[in-house]
Ligand binder design. Structure first.
Ligand SMILES: Nc1ncnc2c1ncn2[C@@H]1O[C@H](COP(=O)(O)OP(=O)(O)O)[C@@H](O)[C@H]1O
Ligand SMILES: Nc1ccn([C@@H]2O[C@H](COP(=O)(O)OP(=O)(O)O)[C@@H](O)[C@H]2O)c(=O)n1
Length: 230
């Protein structure tokens, strides 16, 4: 069967990476979490004092960006990809509320997007890739054979993220997380460069009332159709 490109976009915390990761593992494709790349740049900014309140020192970030090394490696025990920043494992550090509360500011910077999109396009050169994010179907891979746009209500998304952070022992109240989810949606949909929107040829999925295994099945069926297996 020929390899295709699969783009999964949508609002924050609605289950994109869960479904993308599962599908990639099952069909033997590479999975790339593009959000993790923007999160890694944000963590870099926080660790190097590049934030002044909600302002980023763009001069310093422009100088540093070509030297920031972002990589994904599979965890040998779980088989799941993990994010590395300048050689160090940062998978948990990039998921904290501290990073979530700044990431959309960094992701709205045109020069940051340009650099990340170029890396993402290189990663997908050979096809056989599932990538999730905000602009994958519209900007990174406009020719992707399968495009999905995922939505769920903000309250359900915040509850899912809250449960996840609680399970990891992270701080953050439900109200704070709901506020962050709504604020990131606002910034992501209204930014000037590649705002979050459904590509005209994307299939929409509202998974508010779907279980993880139901959405997995739904996506597997869409994949078989797009790849020409049925
Ligand atoms: N259909 C679902 N029902 C309940 N929880 C879900 C569902 N899909 C994903 N989740 C959980 O919601 C959280 C956010 O999912 P994630 O895949 O990280 O979202 P995204 O990549 O869109 O930010 C995770 O803890 C995940 O396990
Ligand atoms: N392709 C992408 C992916 C993420 N992002 C930005 O990065 C943030 C974090 O992405 P994410 O996918 O990790 O977010 P969650 O939905 O997992 O919380 C988003 O809120 C966007 O601001 C983006 O602008 N473009």
């Amino acid at each position: 069967m020929k390899k295709i490109t699969i783009a999964i976009d949508g609002f924050s915390s609605c289950g994109k990476s869960t479904m993308a990761k599962d599908l990639a593992r099952e069909i033997g494709y590479i999975y790339i979490d593009s959000g993790a790349m923007y999160r890694a740049v944000t963590l870099y900014c926080l660790r190097h004092g590049l934030f002044h309140g909600d302002e980023v020192d763009t001069d310093r970030l422009k100088t540093a960006l070509p030297h920031i090394d972002i990589a994904f490696k599979l965890n040998p025990e779980t088989g799941k990809p993990q994010t590395y920043l300048d050689g160090a494992l940062v998978e948990d550090d990039i998921r904290t509320l501290a990073v979530s509360s700044k990431v959309s500011i960094v992701a709205a910077l045109g020069f940051v997007r340009e650099a990340m999109v170029s890396l993402q396009q290189q990663m997908g050169r050979e096809k056989g890739i599932v990538m999730d994010g905000r602009d994958i179907g519209t900007t990174v891979f406009p020719d992707a054979e399968l495009k999905i746009f995922v939505t769920a209500s903000p309250e359900i998304r915040a509850q899912r993220r809250y449960d996840e952070l609680q399970a990891k022992g992270e701080k953050g109240s439900y109200e704070e997380i709901l506020e962050n989810v709504k604020e990131r949606d606002r910034i992501d949909t209204s930014r000037a460069v590649s705002p979050l929107r459904k590509a005209d040829d994307a299939i929409e999925l509202d998974n508010s009332h779907m279980t993880i295994s139901e959405q997995k099945e739904w996506l597997a069926a869409r994949f078989r159709k797009a790849a020409g297996a049925e």
